[in-house]
Ligand binder design. Structure first.
Ligand code: S3P
Length: 437
């Protein structure tokens, strides 16, 4: 198993690449196809550990799934009432999305289920989903707010009108999945935009979903219909190469093809453009209700900015690599309103701060974000960085090697496989000098 990266400074990146399928969409595709009627096909499925945990769980719930290629899946839907009781606890691995969405789906079934995960996931907050699901009539038990999540089945659910305290696509989606089975409509209002893949996909599978600004209303469908889906490339994976291109692209720019550009995901583009980034969004098209484009990234001199708080939820998963971009900007960048980073796969503020310190980037960790001085064109040091088992922290520091004056060793990187199998191969193909061992 890969344990560490050795990333050596490289002067430039060049060429073109594609990134694997979107993680959020891949989870949702398996779940909805599993409760639809008929055979669904998912192309561009992300064969990462997180999504394979969802795939294994759906099989444990009695759904027949064929995988003729790593990224191609056929799902024979069991219908809304056709899932069956698992014989053991369902292991979600590192996948917070899987655990939260399955809590919503399973609290509406006739059988009991228990959800567990790896050491990181077992520490993550689950009451944010359990609490609204209980108000729908579900019996969901956490252990002091964290997993294992125990779900007692056989409850009749009723629709609710729920106001989310924080913008969270996972909580919104869990409630909507339970709402599929509830009596009466379910409405979820959010304080800010969060990714809307569930709404789009539920509609694609035939459910009636009305969206009015930050309010979503779902009518419980009588049935869902099997679909053919093409999953776009994951913007969150493309983010590492977007920043690599900004730091080091050769004059032709770096081309990243087939990237999902759903506006609820592309806050990083807004932030980077405000910092002076030159990124072209080319040939925007629609695939399975999701916008997709090619991105051409040009080497750009970035300026530090104070990131408006309402941009943060749209870039939440990309903030680790944004911190790397900010470290190479001219002038200070301040990110606030990002306290959610404290409860991701790691405490990402602490993990990024420790890593930036190790390579000599001047910054201050804030309770809800980061203040980064910005070194301009001056290279930072090499050093040893601990990813704390966090895939996005690990990949961020591999990209940081592009502007280091000495190698960066990144430790504890096995979890990159949870979201981005093939990261190192793609990084090397465009010129990032990273090796795994
Ligand atoms: C996700 C939602 C986001 C995101 C996570 C994936 C999803 O989390 O950070 O990586 O697929 O719904 P929140 O729901 O906490 O915002």
């Amino acid at each position: 198993m890969t344990q560490r990266y050795e990333a050596r400074p490289a002067a430039r990146v060049a060429g073109e690449l594609e990134v694997p399928g979107d993680k959020s969409i891949s989870h949702r595709a398996l779940m909805l196809a599993g409760i639809a009627e008929g055979r669904s096909e998912v192309r561009g499925f992300l064969p990462s550990e997180d999504c394979l945990a969802t795939l294994a769980a759906m099989r444990s719930l009695g759904v027949t799934i064929e995988r003729p290629a790593a990224d191609r899946v056929f799902v024979d839907g069991a219908g809304l009432r056709g899932l069956s009781a698992p014989t053991a606890a369902l292991d979600m691995g590192n996948a917070g999305t899987a655990m939260r969405l399955f809590t919503g789906l399973l609290c509406a079934q006739r059988f009991d289920a228990t959800l567990v995960g790896d050491a990181s996931l077992m520490k993550r907050p689950m009451e944010r989903v359990a609490q609204p699901l209980r108000t729908m009539g579900a019996d969901v038990r956490t252990t002091d707010g964290t997993p294992p999540v125990r779900i007692v089945g056989g409850r009749r659910l009723h629709g609710i009108d729920y106001r989310l305290p924080v913008a969270s696509a996972q909580v919104k989606s869990a409630i909507l999945l339970a709402g599929v089975y509830a009596e009466g409509a379910t409405t979820v209002s959010s304080p800010a935009i969060s990714r809307d893949h569930s709404e789009r996909m539920l509609r694609g599978f035939g459910a009636t979903v009305e969206v009015d600004g930050l309010r979503v209303r779902l009518e419980p469908p009588a049935r869902l219909e099997a679909q053919r889906l093409q999953v776009p490339g994951d913007f969150s994976s493309a983010a590492f190469f977007i920043v690599a291109g900004l730091i080091a692209a050769d004059p032709a720019g770096l081309l990243i093809r087939n990237v999902g550009v759903n506006p609820s995901r592309t806050g990083l583009l807004t932030i980077l453009r405000a910092m002076g980034a030159e990124i072209e969004v080319l040939d925007v098209r629609d695939e399975a209700s999701e916008p997709v484009a090619d991105l051409r990234v040009h080497r750009s001199a970035l300026r530090g900015i104070a990131v408006p708080k309402d941009w943060v939820p749209l870039a939440i998963d990309e903030l680790p690599v944004l911190f790397v971009a900010a470290a190479g900007a001219h002038g200070e960048t301040v990110v606030t309103g990002a306290e959610e980073l404290r409860v991701k796969e790691s405490d990402r503020i602490a993990a990024m701060s420790a890593g930036l310190r190790a390579i000599g980037v001047e910054h201050e960790a804030l309770p809800d974000g980061m203040r980064i001085a910005g070194a301009g064109d001056a290279p930072w040091n090499g050093g040893v960085v601990d990813s704390h088992g966090d895939h996005r922290v690990a990949m961020s520091f591999a990209v940081a090697s592009l502007r280091a004056r000495a190698p960066i060793e990144v430790r504890d990187v096995a979890n990159v496989a949870t979201s981005f199998p093939g990261f190192v191969e793609r990084a090397r193909a465009i010129g990032i000098d990273v090796r795994e061992s």
